[in-house]
Design a protein around this ligand. Structure first.
Ligand code: NAG
Ligand code: NAG
Ligand code: NAG
Ligand code: NAG
Ligand code: NAG
Ligand code: NAG
Ligand code: NAG
Ligand code: CA
Ligand code: CA
Length: 844
């Protein structure tokens, strides 16, 4: 048995990530392709030495995503607990074994504990640290579930790595059979297992509280965490053993799930067994799950163990659960022959987690001469510590290639009229699985009336050569005739000249950035100047903007434009030092007021498409004017303060300046639904910027003071404000949200919309807006059109995810020419210029 890894969400968020290498989002919309191109571009650029800002700002997110989960949860370092099971060959199961208080349980458990005692006593090394062995349950088979505890004194902590599961298992295997035979009540013990477990899950049924034994039947029953729906107690150690009749499997659904968002201290850990053996782990979860993504798991057999562990002083409501027995045959039946020209198929019980230990085969057959295209609309087979390059645990296999992990836009084509798709899940860790659609097509004419992408997608003919990567692999943008004033990439793609040398690989092959970088031994300042490498971190300001000293520990105390200025006037030379979860200022002021920028609901990912999920952008506010409904957006920066744009209020019509004419809606997703979670507040005071210029939109910022404070919740939460030294580098992917018109001249949206855009280099921004931007504005968008903020988004936030997984507001939607017009970016109020102004007027 290898070292256990039982903490699969150690960094809090369950993969709230930007598009990473293997997690490109599915999306039907125009922008997707460019996003993919952009990501590729960013990745290529990461390799370019000297591209300092991007390197620091973005790369660590991607590293984090790939990192292997570490062992967490072992809080009391000197205590090691190993749990597992053993088979008692010649003993028979009795119903009394279900009850730890019964004589049968006590006698058999004592005899086995004695056997384990003696077995460990034969090993001098283990015995020195041995505390005890406990039999925690029995099940039919006859299987006994055990755990064994060792305590290593702090002064010998160097021995901890030596006391491994392998070491314990070796001793058990060698001795337990013999001791079993010698025992007064003799047992033949085989197939003993042991894996390291969090000591907090090691419970003795004979003297512990909060242990429950549930019998699942076909009728749905429920159980809840202690204290639900109010806060659970601190230091909760609860266990639910669920059994179902033979031939059944168990389904458990959590309609409500809210545990602190830090899996190493607080979690729910579910096993496909009655012991906490990682070889039978199903999933470990923490955080607050949105109703759109409930946790629902299924066992492979008729046993399940659910642990609820909390430590922290932070108390949450816990969970509400439903359980029932289903037929084990149903649970493991999947796959089949698909003969229709089109159809759908999913992993068993999708969108619940699939059960452990299932194998499915789908055999798709279509008429001879046709081929098959399969598109996975959802694909999530993630397991802790598994590399998506090997897929050695759960996988989908098609024509000899295994797929696992989380993927988007996975589309595969057959070579013939037949396609075989297999799915395998092993004995531990399950996930949501996949949902796929297939259809047959004529290889002579794969996309009747449409353009056929190299990936097999069919797209409308107009989308070919329109500057957008609609296919996802750029195949619709190759072999195009470039317009005048466009740059021809080496791969044949056309790009506006402005994109050349803007530090973003827009072509996808790097050809637009090739002639621009500094020489090998040179450093590139953020303003593009090339200087010798030796200027970095030499304590002198060589780049005009000081970027050569921006991230240098050595330049302590030196103040540049990039330094974070602490409350005590100390300068920290570290990029974006505020709220990065590391205290840099001696007075701690960089990590003060950082309860912002996190999403209370844990989303699987930034869901593809344009509709936002509930709680995905908890700082977004809708401003309603009189009876007109939604007019502008705003963002929450404190419980009594919203941030918006001056131009929403500084209209010729003076009634827009009247606070009493406005109503604010926080925690809203759907404009037409009366959502319970929405908090409606009036406006007490509107503070617009005195230098706001109606002609140029300069200083387009406003503060709204609410009549009553907001109560922060899973759907109402503030965003972080950047300090004036905060850097949002060109090319950085950010998100703009609002209920604005989806298309130019179109209606406003009912559901909150989101769009991924990238920060545009100031020089480029100035050029394309013909000099209309001031230093208090910034541009973002895709210059070739498509996604952008539109009417009705005004005042709404442009937010970017920091390296420390915190959302900072970077801009306020201000203006743009039309929306989504080619070569016309959106223009935003540059928030870093207004940090002092906000502090002065709102005290935030
Ligand atoms: C097993 O050993 C522990 C300590 O070594 C002791 O406290 C316990 O009573 C023993 N159990 C049995 C059943 O002998
Ligand atoms: C086992 O640990 C408990 C709790 O720390 C302690 O009270 C007990 O004496 C220990 N038993 C042995 C045999 O070490
Ligand atoms: C013991 O384990 C082996 C190998 O995993 C398995 O084939 C066998 O069926 C097990 N025996 C019992 C009685 O469960
Ligand atoms: C195939 O199509 C027929 C009729 O359209 C439908 O009744 C049947 O359920 C479909 N079969 C599958 C496997 O989807
Ligand atoms: C497959 O699913 C899609 C999307 O959910 C649906 O529109 C389509 O009708 C389904 N096709 C079949 C054959 O069930
Ligand atoms: C399956 O793989 C083989 C070799 O890896 C390849 O030649 C063949 O074209 C593939 N077939 C399909 C249907 O993709
Ligand atoms: C912006 O792009 C221009 C070329 O389009 C380039 O010369 C300049 O250095 C870039 N500026 C930054 C800050 O990257
Ligand atoms: Ca698995
Ligand atoms: Ca220097």
């Amino acid at each position: 048995m290898s070292t256990a890894m039982y903490n699969n969400c150690q960094n809090g968020n369950e993969n709230v990530t930007f598009l990473g290498k293997d997690s490109k989002m599915p999306s039907k919309q125009k922008r997707t392709g460019l996003v993919v191109g952009l990501v590729l571009g960013l990745l290529v650029l990461a390799a370019v030495a000297g591209f300092l800002i991007w390197w620091f700002a973005v790369r660590p997110n991607q590293l984090q995503q790939d990192s292997v989960p570490k062992m967490g949860a072992q809080r009391n370092l000197g205590t090691l607990v190993f749990s597992g099971e053993m088979t008692l060959v010649d003993a028979t199961y009795k119903p009394e074994y279900n009850d730890p208080k019964s004589l049968e349980f006590r006698e058999t458990a004592d005899a086995l504990q004695d056997i384990l005692n003696k077995t460990i006593a034969n090993d001098n090394f283990l015995f020195k640290y041995y505390n005890k062995s406990v039999i925690s349950a029995f099940s039919d088979g006859l299987i006994a579930y055990h755990w064994i505890r060792f305590d290593i004194p702090p002064e010998q902590s160097e021995l901890i790595p030596k006391l491994t599961a392998d070491r314990v298992l070796e001793t058990l295997r060698r001795g337990v059979r013999q001791e079993g035979k010698r025992s007064i009540q003799a047992f033949t013990i085989i197939n003993i297992t042991a894996s390291i477990t969090d000591p907090r899950m090691a419970r003795n049924p004979r003297d512990s509280e909060c242990l429950f034994r549930l019998d699942a039947t076909s009728t749905i029953q429920k159980f809840q965490s202690p204290g639900y729906p109010n806060e659970h107690p601190v230091q909760t150690r609860c266990q639910w053993q669920i059994r179902a009749p033979e031939g059944s499997a168990i389904m458990v659904k959590f309609p409500y799930f809210y545990v602190q968002d830090s899996c190493s201290t607080d979690y729910v850990f579910i096993f496909d067994s009655l012991s906490t053996d990682t070889a039978h782990a199903i999933t470990q979860n923490c955080g607050h799950r949105p109703p759109t993504n409930p946790l629902e798991v299924i066992s492979s057999g008729n046993l399940m163990l659910i642990n609820f562990i909390t430590d922290s002083t932070v108390q949450r409501p816990g969970f509400d659960a439903r359980y029932n027995a289903i037929s084990a045959i149903t649970a493991a039946t999947c796959g089949g022959v698909l003969n229709n020209l089109t159809g759908n198929f999913t992993t068993p019980f999708y969108p619940s987690f699939y059960p452990p230990m299932v194998d499915c085969t789908w055999n798709i057959n279509v008429p001879i001469g046709m081929k098959i295209r399969v598109k996975f609309t959802m694909f999530r087979l993630k397991e802790p510590g598994v590399s998506i390059r090997v897929c050695n645990k759960d996988y989908v296999q098609i024509n000899g290639t295994k797929y696992c992990g989380e993927r988007s836009a996975l589309t595969l084509n057959s070579n013939s009229n037949n396609m075989v798709i297999t799915f395998h899940s092993d004995s531990s860790y399950t996930d949501k699985g996949f949902s796929a659609q297939y259809n047959a097509y004529d290889p002579q004419n794969p996309c009747p009336g449409q353009f056929s992408c190299a990936t097999g997608f069919c797209i409308s003919k107009e989308l070919q050569c329109d500057g957008w990567n609609d296919c996802g692999d750029m195949s619709d943008e190759k072999k195009c005739k470039c317009e005048e004033g466009h740059f021809v990439c080496d791969n044949g793609i056309c790009k506006p000249m402005y994109w050349v040398c803007d530090q973003v690989n827009d072509c996808g092959d790097g050809s637009d950035e090739r002639q621009c970088s500094c020489q090998k031994n040179q450093f590139r300042c953020t303003d593009g100047t090339c200087l010798p490498n030796t200027v970095t971190c030499n304590g002198a300001r060589d780049c005009a903007d000081g970027s050569d000293e921006a991230s240098c520990k050595e330049s302590a105390g030196m103040c540049t434009d990039f330094s974070f200025k602490c409350g005590n006037d100390q300068c920290v030379n570290k990029l974006n030092a505020e709220c990065d979860k590391v205290t840099d200022c001696l007075d701690g002021s960089d990590e003060k007021d950082c309860d912002c920028g996190e999403r209370p609901y844990k989303h699987n990912r930034i869901v593809g498409g344009q509709n936002a999920d509930v709680g995905e952008w908890p700082w977004q506010v809708s401003l309603h004017f009189q009876t007109s409904g939604h007019v502008c957006g705003a963002s929450i920066i404190a419980n009594k303060w919203l941030l918006s744009a001056s131009h929403c209020f500084m209209s010729e019509d003076l009634s827009y300046r009247e606070p009493g004419n406005w109503m604010t809606y926080s925690g809203m997703n759907d404009q037409q639904k009366e959502e319970k979670s929405v908090q409606i507040r009036g406006v007490k005071n509107i503070i617009t910027h005195t230098d706001y210029n109606q002609m140029t939109y300069d200083n387009d910022i406003a503060l709204l003071e609410l009549t009553e404070p907001l109560v922060f919740s899973s759907t109402v939460h503030p965003v972080c404000l950047p300090s004036n030294s905060h850097v949002f580098p060109p090319g950085m992917p950010c998100w703009v949200t609002g209920w604005g018109a989806l298309r130019e001249g179109g209606n406003t949206a009912t559901l909150l919309q989101k769009a991924e855009v990238k920060i545009i280099n100031d020089t480029v921004c100035d050029t394309v807006t013909e000099g209309q931007v001031t230093s208090r504005m910034l541009c973002s968008g895709f210059l070739s059109g498509g996604v952008d903020a539109c009417q009705g988004d005004s005042g709404g936030p442009l937010v970017c995810l920091s390296e420390a997984n915190i959302w900072f507001q970077c801009g306020i939607v201000s203006w743009g020419e039309g929306c989504a017009r080619r070569n016309k970016p959106g223009v935003y109020t540059r928030l870093t210029k207004f940090r002092q102004w906000i502090r002065k007027h709102a005290g935030v």
